[in-house]
Every structure is written in structure tokens, then in C-alpha cells.
Design a protein around this ligand. Sequence first.
Ligand code: GLY
Length: 357
Amino acid sequence: MKTNEIRNKFLKFFERKSHVIWPSDSLVPQNDPTLLFTGAGMNQFKDMFLGKGNLEFKKATTCQKCLRTGDIDNVGRTASHHTFFEMLGNFSFGDYFKKETIEWAWEFLVQELKIPEDRLSVSVYNDDQESYEIWEKYVGVPKAKIYRYGEKDNFWPANAPLLGPNGPCGPCSEIFFDQGERIGCGRKECEPACDCDRFVEIWNLVFTQYDRTEGGKLTPLPHKNVDTGMGLERMARVIQGVQTNFDIDIFSPIIKSLEEITQVKYNGQIEHAILMRRIADHVKACVFCISDGVLPGNEGRGYVERRLLRRAIRDGTQLGIKECFFIQIGADCKQCNAGILSRYQAASGKHCTDCEE
Ligand code: GLY
């Protein structure tokens, strides 16, 4: 199944559950001076969670463009890390809560995406007995596959009660895909919280019910909300059965261009693959930043973008590229002239040429 199909299936599934399909916000948050870039689907709905928003619906679903640079050093080295990525999500502003969220998530994974149930495990926040019972009694997940973890793993944002940031937050329940014993640490007792790669976190269901204020005070919000996040590229990796997010269909045109420009094989040496993955990630980030009005500069957002640009160009140099190459990988698909952005727009239902790549 192609990435575009997964994106569409998700949005349509939640539309059938009476959600409004709402557009992605810009990468530059429109009404939130506390954020440099949009890093999660919930950012544009913060006021709705706080009971101050004026949108006329209580259920929404989005595919949000996100930029996060906290893990920039891992990009290319691990199977999953990105700076730019797309995040699928469903949101409730005082409408449904845990039961529907959990049951719909399972229905989507098992019935729509056809993931075998025995490859899935879940986790809940330590004292969230309600979610535990929904997974066990209503969904039928065996006890041995329901894990209880603390604030670091099962609160969103992670460690928020202790460390912040302030704002809407809550306990979460995560769903993991088991890649099997052959992947990762190989320990019999390996479980989703292990740092190895065996269990891939594919969906985070956040029950946004508190407003954190200075000093770690958690005040219940006027109503209980839901904020879920599913990284599109990671889900596509699982569904397409490939090794890393960079091996999925939407990355292959970029990797292919890099192979042509450098005459270096992506599947050759691992050091080369890391450089190519990092360039592929950073060129996407730059294209989307520019399209949202951020130009490389010396401070703020512009500085972040400049750093991405410089790192990718340095990586290109290490692959032996001497001339300007960004325009070639960021711009055109040889089949239809569509670039990264046009492909994305086509996938999001906006106008583009009809590239099948
Ligand atoms: N807001 C939920 C997530 O980013 O996982």
C-alpha cells in the first residue's frame, strides 16, 4: 500500500466517524508565539483543548506537516528519525474520549490496514486503569501484551508533569508493531520500552485532560479531549515491510536522484546510505519551510533552515558532489515535473500533475 493511500484511508476513516477533515496548519504556527515550528498535529488546536477556541466542530482529523529538530543527530542513523515528517491525527474537543479512541484505533489498524492482531501490543500510563480495561475487555488484547509505563513513555508531552512544557497535556496509550525476534536486541524479555528497534511505536493516543501551569500543577481542563499522532512515514514503513522510513515509496524518487547524481549506490556502504537519508530528510524540510515562507537566515526559523541546508550540502560534498545539487533532488520528478511539494499537494487533494511515482 502506497503512502498516499494510507494518508487517504486514515482521513476518510475518521470522516466516516463524523470527523471534519481539516487542513494541515503551516509549519510556522499562526497563533502561538511559544513555538518556532509546528511539531505536532495538536498545535493548531491548543485553544480548542483549553476551551477558548472558536471552531464549530468537536471532532477533526488532519495530516499535519511537522518539523522537529531535537533529534537531528539521529536522522539517517536510525530507521525512524526525521526533522520533517507528516503526522496523522484524530482529535476530540470535549466529544468522545478513551473508549472510542481506543476502539477506532484498533479498527483502523486491523480492519483498514490489515495488520495482524498478533503483531500489535499496547501500553498505558501506570495508573490509567480505564484504558487498561478498555484494551483488555472491549478490544480483547491479551494481558501479556498490555504494558504499563510511567511519565517518560506514557504521558504527552513526555515527562510533562515534572519538566513541562506548560499547556494541554495528559496520559497516553501507545500502540506498537512487533517486527519479530530477529530484529533488535534478541532478548526473550524484550518489550516495547526497550531501546532496540524490535517494537515500532506506530500510534500515540493522548488523552488531553490537564492544563499544566508553572511548578508542574495539573489543572483539569474544562472538558476531556483526545489528540492522537501517527507518523505517516513510520506507518508506511511497517505496511510496506521495508527496513527504514527512507525505503518507503515517497522517499525513493529522492534517493534515486541522489544515486544518479553521485553514482553511489544507496544499498552499498552504510555510511553512504546515512548521508543519502539525511540529505533526503533535510531537502524535504527545506522545501516545506520555503513553501511556508521561511527563508534561510541568521536567526530564529531562518537559522534552523540554514543549518539543515548546510548539513545536507556538507553531506553531499562527502558523497563527492561538487556542483549545486539541491535543486535537482528538491525540484523535479523526471516523469511529470512535479517536485516534493507538488507530490505532497497532489496527495493532499490539491492540484498537481498526475505523477504516479
Ligand atoms: N500529539 C501526539 C503526538 O505527537 O504523539
